[in-house]
Design a protein around this ligand. Structure first.
Ligand code: MN
Length: 512
C-alpha cells in the first residue's frame, strides 16, 4: 500500500518557500485530511492519500502555494460536503474559485454522459478564467490514472480512454510533455490491453541492444564535443513512452526497426548558438539520415516546443535520434505552461531565443510584457487563456448533443491542428481542414460577417479551401458582405458554425 505523502515532502518540493505560502499549504493539508477522514478509495486506502498526492504533483511542477492548497482541497467540496462559505472563510476567494473550478457538477441535476459532458464544459469555463484550474485537474487525473488498477473494471476503461483522448492531448497542447507521457503510459494498459502487451514485448526485445548503442554514442559524443572545445554541456537519455511508441508502430506497420527514437540522446547546452555548434560537431562525426533533421528552434512547434532533432547512423547499420537544446528550452519542453507560470525569468529569454513559438503561451501568462490575445474580448481574472479553451467553454450543447460535443472535443480540438497567420503574424490555431471562413470567425465575427473573399499567401482563393500550416491568411471585407447558408456547410469549427447560424437567424428576423 502506498503511504500518505507527509506535508513536509510537499513543502520541500515547492518552489515558493515564503512563510505565508507554507502556512497556507500546511493548513490546507490538515483541513483536507480531516474532511476526508472517514472516506476510503477503491483500494481501501484513506481517501486523503489521493488529495495529498495531487497536491504533491502540483508542488513538484513548481506551481504557487494557492494552487498547491487548492490541489489538496480539490475534492473537499464535491466529496466531503465542505461549503463554499467555509472554503472562502478558511482559505480566501482565490482558493475557493480554484476548487470550484475543478468540482464536478452535482449528480442530481445531471446524470451519466450528460453530467460528464457538462462537467467538462464547466471545467473549461473555469479554465478560461484561470489556467491554474486546468493544471490542478491534470494532476488530479494523473494520480487517478496511476491508480487505475484499483478501480472497478466497468469504470476503468472509460477513465483510461478519456485520459488518452482528452487529458493527455490537453497536457500536450500546454507543452507539458512529461505529464502527457505519464498520463498516456498510466492509461494505456487499461485502454488497449493487447496492444500494450504487444508493444511492451517488442520494446523488451530491443532494450539491451538499444541501450548499448546509446551508451557508446554518448561516450563518443562527449569526446567529440570536448575536442571541439565545447566545455559546458550535459547529456541525458530519453526513453520514448510506451503509448507513443505504440502510436508510431501503428503508422510503421509494426516494424520496430523503422523507429529510431525509442531511445534518444539529449544534448543540453547554455545558448542557442551552442546548439548549432553541437549540431555541426554531430554531423561532422556521424552521417545524418537524410530528411530527418528538424530545426524546431528556428521553427518551433505550435505548442512552443523548441529543440533541434537529427537522426544519425551509428555505424552498425542502425540509427539514433539526437535532440539538442538549451537548459531553458529543456525545462519548457518538460513542463510547458507550468514552467512559465513558475520560472518568470524565462520571459526574459536569458539564452537569447527569439520566442516566436512561445507567443501563444505568452498570451496567457499573467506576468510580464503581455501581448493582447487577438480574440480575447473579456478580461480574465488570472492571465489570459488560449482561444481553444474559450471555444470549448462557449460551445452550445443541447442535451441530445452530448456525444457530438465529446467527439468534437476529441477531433476538433486536440488531434489535428493547423496553425496559420494573420498578415500581422498573429498565430491562429484551427482544426485540420479549416477554411478561410473558420479563420475569419476566429479573428472576429464583425470581420467575418462582412467577408467578401480571402487571400492566402497573397493570392485570392475560394472560401472552401483547406488551410495549411504556415499559411498567411487575409480576409477581404465589403460593407454589403454577409454570411450565407453555404458558408455554414463549408465551416469546420463549432465557433464559425455558431456565429453563422446566429447571423442567418438575425437576417431572417430583419427580413420578416
Ligand atoms: Mn480527485
Amino acid at each position: 500500500m502506498e503511504s500518505v505523502k507527509p506535508v513536509n515532502e510537499i513543502l520541500s518540493v515547492m518552489n515558493a518557500k515564503d512563510e505565508q505560502g507554507q502556512t497556507l499549504v500546511r493548513k490546507a493539508y490538515e483541513f483536507s485530511k480531516k474532511a476526508h477522514e472517514t472516506q476510503t478509495r477503491y483500494s481501501g486506502e484513506p481517501y486523503f492519500l489521493h488529495t495529498a498526492e495531487t497536491g504533491y504533483l502540483i508542488a513538484e511542477i513548481g506551481m504557487d502555494a494557492q494552487t498547491v492548497a487548492a490541489g489538496l482541497l480539490h475534492d473537499t467540496m464535491e466529496d466531503a460536503g465542505v461549503t463554499a462559505a467555509t472554503m472562502e472563510q478558511e482559505f480566501g476567494p482565490e482558493v475557493l474559485s480554484l476548487v470550484r473550478g475543478v468540482t464536478k457538477l452535482g449528480a442530481l441535476r445531471y446524470r451519466g454522459a450528460e453530467r460528464h459532458t457538462e462537467s467538462l464544459r464547466k471545467l473549461f469555463a473555469a479554465t478560461a478564467e484561470d489556467i491554474r484550474v486546468l493544471i490542478i485537474k491534470l494532476m488530479d487525473r494523473l494520480h487517478n490514472a496511476k491508480t487505475l488498477a484499483h478501480v472497478p473494471e466497468h469504470k476503468r476503461e472509460r477513465i483510461a480512454l478519456e485520459t488518452l483522448e482528452i487529458y493527455a492531448p490537453i497536457a500536450d497542447r500546454l507543452g507539458m510533455s512529461v505529464i502527457k507521457t505519464e498520463l498516456e503510459d498510466a492509461a494505456f494498459p487499461f485502454a488497449y490491453k493487447k496492444e500494450y502487451e504487444k508493444t511492451l514485448e517488442l520494446l523488451k526485445e530491443r532494450k539491451n541492444e538499444n541501450e548499448k548503442r546509446l551508451e557508446k554514442l554518448e561516450k563518443d559524443a562527449k569526446r567529440e564535443l570536448a575536442e571541439a572545445g565545447i566545455r559546458t554541456f550535459r547529456m541525458e537519455a530519453r526513453v520514448k513512452g510506451v503509448y507513443s511508441l505504440f502510436r508510431k508502430l501503428e503508422r510503421k506497420d509494426w516494424d520496430i526497426t523503422k523507429i529510431f527514437d525509442i531511445l534518444a540522446l539529449r544534448m543540453i547546452v547554455p545558448t542557442i548558438a551552442d546548439c548549432y555548434t553541437v549540431l555541426g560537431v554531430v554531423h561532422k562525426h556521424w552521417r545524418p539520415v537524410p530528411g530527418k533533421i528538424k530545426d524546431y528552434i528556428a521553427f518551433p512547434k505550435p505548442n512552443g516546443y523548441q529543440s533541434i532533432h537529427t537522426t544519425v547512423y551509428t555505424g552498425d547499420g542502425s540509427a539514433i535520434e539526437i535532440q539538442i537544446r538549451t537548459e531553458s528550452q529543456h525545462r519548457e519542453a518538460q513542463f510547458g505552461i507550468a514552467s512559465h507560470l513558475t520560472y518568470k525569468e524565462v520571459l526574459g529569454y536569458t539564452d537569447g531565443q527569439r520566442g516566436g513559438g512561445l507567443e501563444w503561451i505568452r498570451q496567457f501568462i499573467p506576468i510580464g510584457r503581455r501581448k493582447a490575445a487577438p480574440i480575447s474580448e473579456e478580461p480574465t481574472r488570472h492571465g489570459n487563456v488560449p482561444q481553444w479553451v474559450k471555444e470549448l467553454a462557449g460551445a452550445h450543447v443541447a442535451a441530445d448533443e452530448s456525444e457530438a460535443y465529446l467527439d468534437s472535443i476529441k477531433s476538433d480540438f486536440f488531434s489535428h491542428r493547423v496553425f496559420v497567420f494573420t498578415p500581422k503574424a498573429d498565430v491562429i490555431d484551427l482544426p485540420l481542414g479549416a477554411t478561410p471562413i473558420d479563420f475569419a470567425y476566429a479573428i472576429h465575427s464583425e470581420i467575418a460577417n462582412r467577408m467578401s473573399g480571402a487571400k492566402v499567401n497573397g493570392k485570392m482563393v475560394s472560401l472552401d479551401i483547406s488551410l495549411r500550416n504556415g499559411d498567411i491568411v487575409e480576409i477581404i471585407t465589403k460593407p454589403s458582405g454577409k454570411p450565407t447558408r453555404k458558408w455554414y456547410d463549408i465551416a469546420k469549427t463549432t465557433l464559425a458554425k455558431k456565429m453563422i447560424r446566429a447571423a442567418l437567424a438575425e437576417s431572417r428576423k430583419k427580413a420578416s
